[in-house]
Write a protein of this length. Structure first.
Length: 217
């Protein structure tokens, strides 16, 4: 993957303030989730402003609650509790999706964010069986919300036209999220590969060509 635009690269470099003792693979995971948490915080601030403007105090309280969860996850992440923080974010996101579906119904497209939760789960560094269990738990939340909607229905409280507007906003937010996270992942993986190749070609102590590289030459 090529280097991103210089302005984007400078922005992404801010998330690579690593705690000591991380391996190269852990650094990629750490930088990626730094981006995830900052984007989650920015998104919930955006939605809190929109809900305050619309006077939807119930969902405003939910957004502010998730904002607190985002900040807790960021602090846990910086304290080297990365897996706990990532699990908490994925579960919190799916819980918010379910509550939003129960409040607004499916029209505004808040269920799009389930794909963001899946991306987080995919990136978590934990065994396959635990990742699968986490996916099943997260999937059960919006599915349960849909079942409740089927039997009870919901009266959309949004003003006319706002359901479609929120669907577009949600789609744009999720697109920005996926783009920046995938760029960070690809860029970190590319630079990790370059560092490994450099170590294979050159002796770290002297800077001279390695034996394998001399043979190739």
């Amino acid at each position: 993957m090529g280097r991103p635009h210089p302005h984007l690269a400078r922005w992404l470099l801010r998330f690579e303030d690593f705690p000591p003792g991380l391996t190269e693979d852990e650094k990629t995971f750490h930088a990626t989730f730094n981006v995830v948490y900052v984007l989650a915080i920015a998104s919930h601030l955006l939605y809190a402003g929109l809900m305050l403007w619309l006077g939807e105090m119930g969902i405003l309280a939910l957004d502010l609650g998730m904002l607190v969860v985002d900040l807790v996850c960021l602090q846990l992440h910086r304290a080297r509790r990365e897996i706990l923080a990532a699990n908490l974010l994925a579960l919190g996101t799916c819980a918010q999706i379910s509550l939003s579906l129960g409040y607004f119904g499916p029209a505004p497209g808040f269920d799009y964010f389930y794909f963001g939760a899946l991306l987080c789960i995919y990136c978590i560094r934990m065994p396959f069986t635990r990742r699968l269990l986490l996916c099943l738990i997260c999937l059960s939340m919006p599915l349960l919300a849909y079942v409740v909607l089927m039997f009870q229905g919901v009266a959309n409280p949004l003003p006319p036209g706002w359901a479609f507007a929120f669907r577009l906003i949600n789609l744009c937010v999720l697109t920005v999220f996926f783009t920046l996270v995938l760029v960070q992942m690809g860029w970190s993986a590319d630079r990790l590969r370059q560092r490994f190749e450099s170590r294979e070609r050159f002796d770290e102590l002297t800077g001279a060509l390695s034996r394998a590289e001399l043979i190739d030459k």
